[in-house]
Write a protein that binds this ligand. Structure first.
Ligand code: AMP
Ligand code: GLY
Length: 425
């Protein structure tokens, strides 16, 4: 089977790594990829933003499956163009990608279908949004409606901050994403990421993880794309998992089918486990990064068959449940000093010759110049350790991190702290 991966981060390297374990994979392509992915895949000479060019490449090469890593091409409609050319794609249509592309869309879907989520109001004019603040306690959450590269959510501790956030949205701080604003009640609890593999009518549970969004240890400092993750999330008990599936994921997928926009791809539910039960924070229409780097290694050689089945609408033929290895995995993101603010590109990285077989060094923002491996982004590597316990997975990950020579990089030493504090093993 020939597969094309779209994207260039650690998540896409995790896809490449998992697919490469399948004996059915014949050729792997990537556009645009990074230095790590390009050790396992050939570069496809296409711009992912040029949907017709991607389709033409796939037809020309006889690609059997396209996996779209990031959300932007999905929200822009890449999957629709590929499907119109009868190319199987793991990723939702533009209409179904509204689950990530519009926070107002998700809130309406949740309210219309009785899905537990924070109380909220959506407004298209600043004066209405400002007036709505009277109806919410502090802290209050102000969200730009559209895609804002993870920056469009402001948790305002004071009324003044909330008003500033509303004005910033309408004054274009988040571009077109801020032309509508969602004002939302603040939820308290542990946040988890849940994943479902969906084929447009059925779904399979792909497990849970917890991310670490803040740049600094102790969850301090500005938000990032994610500084580390682990799976499974121990706070998600089997009972809570059933609630998430029954009360959140299943009614959402049914509502999308009823709306004529069935979801085909990987659905990522951001969930807050509150004292009143699990509540939906947000949907993403693709795998999480760095969550993919802990969950995909547990899928192993099944990944290709499962993703192809989801992209072909034949999940029913793959069995009732996805077999995830009974393992723990923890990943540590190594980022360039300065991230998520300004940082310099081009510093040199030296990797250890051959890491432990229970460790995978995924590349995120890297490129090769001759024999040299260079940092080419904010998040640069994600180092995953696998083990029989979270403690063992963590030890393996940090031992590998410590064997990487990269003076310009930094990482958090406390990935996994919540889970390890709750249950030291
Ligand atoms: P979102 O992009 O909607 O997931 O928001 C980004 C982050 O903001 C989430 O991962 C949460 O950590 C936080 N957040 C969003 N909405 C809420 C809320 N209603 N209550 C508390 N935290 C929230
Ligand atoms: N790790 C969070 C995300 O991928 O959005």
């Amino acid at each position: 089977m020939k597969v094309l991966i779209i994207g260039s981060g650690g998540r896409e390297h995790a896809f490449a790594h998992a697919l490469s374990q399948s004996p059915r994979l014949t050729t792997l392509y990537v556009a645009p990829g990074n230095a790590g992915i390009l050790q396992q895949a050939q570069a496809a000479p296409v711009d992912p933003a040029d949907h017709e060019a991607v389709a033409a490449f796939c037809r020309g090469e006889g690609i059997d499956l396209v996996i779209v890593g990031p959300e932007a091409p999905l929200v822009a409609g890449l999957a629709d163009v590929l499907r119109a050319h009868e190319i199987a794609v793991l990723g939702p249509s533009k209409a179904a990608a509204e689950l990530e592309g519009s926070k107002a869309f998700v809130k309406k879907l949740a309210f219309d279908n009785g899905i537990p989520t924070a109380a909220s109001e959506t407004h298209g004019a600043a004066e209405d949004a400002l007036a709505a603040l009277d109806r919410f306690d502090l802290p209050v959450v102000v969200k730009a409606d559209g895609l804002a590269a993870g920056k469009g959510v402001i948790i305002a501790e004071t009324r003044v901050q909330a008003e500033e956030a509303v004005r910033a949205c309408f004054e274009g701080a988040f571009g077109a994403a801020g032309s509508r604003v969602v004002i939302e009640a603040f939820l308290v609890g542990e946040e988890i990421s849940c994943f479902a593999l969906c084929d447009g009518s059925e779904y399979r549970w792909l497990g849970s993880a917890q991310d670490h969004k803040r740049v600094g240890e102790g969850d301090k400092g500005p938000n990032t794309g994610g500084m580390g993750a682990y799976t499974p999330a121990p706070c998600l008990t089997p009972d809570l998992e059933n609630q998430v599936r029954r009360d959140i994921i299943e009614p959402s997928l049914t509502a999308m089918i009823d709306a004529g926009a069935p979801f085909q791809g990987i659905l990522f539910a951001g969930i807050m486990l509150t004292s009143a039960g699990p509540q939906l924070l947000e949907y993403n229409v693709r795998f999480g990064d760095p969550e993919a780097q802990v969950i995909l290694p547990r899928l192993g050689a099944h990944a290709l068959d499962l993703f192809h089945a989801a992209a072909s609408g034949t999940l029913a033929q793959t069995g009732d449940a996805v077999a995830l290895a009974d393992q723990h995995a923890l990943t540590v993101v190594m980022a360039t000093a300065g991230y998520p603010g300004d940082y310099q590109r081009g510093s040199e990285i030296t990797l250890p010759p051959s890491p432990d077989s229970n460790v995978i060094i995924f590349h995120a923002g890297t490129r090769r110049e001759g024999e040299r491996l260079l940092a080419a982004g904010g998040r640069v590597l994600t180092v995953t350790g696998l083990g029989d316990s979270l403690t063992q997975a963590r030890e393996r990950a940090y031992t590998a991190v410590d064997s990487i020579h990269w003076p310009e990089g930094f990482f958090r030493r406390d990935i996994g702290w919540r889970a390890l504090q709750a249950d030291p093993d």
